[in-house]
Ligand binder design. Structure first.
Ligand SMILES: CC(C)(COP(=O)(O)OP(=O)(O)OC[C@H]1O[C@@H](n2cnc3c(N)ncnc32)[C@H](O)[C@@H]1OP(=O)(O)O)[C@@H](O)C(=O)NCCC(=O)NCCS
Length: 208
């Protein structure tokens, strides 16, 4: 990877459709037959939880090859406080550029931007094999639980990284996924009809 060819910059309105195509290509059949993330990013941009200043795309030789977004949410702390935190994603890299270090570069740059903007912590659903390399740990290690799940359930998908060291010291509680992330299947289907037809496949490793 030649990092000199890479630009990470704010997403612009004229990128929106291209970014949605990129997100669809990257997520298609990965976590479920088809995907919902292109619709998710479409609605997230207009939601109050969306963090516009952290909405970035990655370009290589003038072509879009990656994107990442963040949203504001809270931890409902066991002592009654509401602790502001971020969640992140969808994040993706164009399929033909995956596995070459671009995702880690995009992730690390976005996290640095979020830290510079003053945010305290990021909590996400993801694979520790990727996110662990960028400083994420299991949220359970911070005493943070995923909403609406039994306490003894496997929450190893639920990860956390402090952006300010000690931000979560003394805090235990329940993380809330922002409402905007709960998209309806029928809305996804309708939106997806505006893209080229693509086959939905049931594949090993999908979540549902
Ligand atoms: C996940 C994604 C953003 C990672 O980007 P990438 O450019 O492929 O990742 P990188 O090449 O920068 O990988 C960095 C490290 O994480 C590891 N890694 C990346 N994706 C991984 C995965 N899905 N599972 C396990 N490890 C992974 C790599 O092996 C690499 O390790 P190394 O430094 O020891 O070689 C990209 O693969 C993608 O867009 N996937 C489809 C959409 C998706 O799943 N998004 C994330 C949703 S949580």
């Amino acid at each position: 990877m030649n990092t000199n060819d890479i630009i990470i910059r704010p997403e612009r309105e004229e990128d929106y459709r291209k970014v949605e195509e990129l997100v669809r290509d990257a997520f298609w059949n990965v976590y479920r037959p088809g995907c919902a993330e292109h619709w998710l990013i479409h609605v997230l941009r207009d939601d109050p939880c969306f963090v516009r200043e952290l909405d970035v795309v990655m370009e290589r030789d003038g072509e879009l090859i990656g994107q990442n977004v963040f949203a504001r949410t809270v931890i409902l702390a066991d002592d009654g406080r509401e602790v502001p935190v971020l969640t992140m994603g969808p994040i993706c890299v164009r399929p033909d550029f995956q596995g070459k270090g671009y995702g880690k570069m995009l992730l690390d740059r976005s996290l640095a931007m979020a830290a510079e903007a003053g945010y305290g912590a990021v909590l996400i659903e993801g694979n520790i094999a990727f996110y662990g390399k960028s400083g994420f740990d299991l949220s359970s290690r911070f005493g943070i639980r995923y909403h609406d799940m039994p306490e003894d359930s496997d929450q190893s998908f639920f990860l956390c990284r402090e952006l300010r060291l000690g931000y979560l010291d003394g805090i235990t509680g329940v993380y809330m996924t922002p409402e905007a992330y709960f998209v309806k299947d029928e809305d996804v289907e309708e939106f997806d009809r505006s893209f080229p037809v693509r086959e939905k496949l049931v594949l090993p490793g999908q979540l549902s």
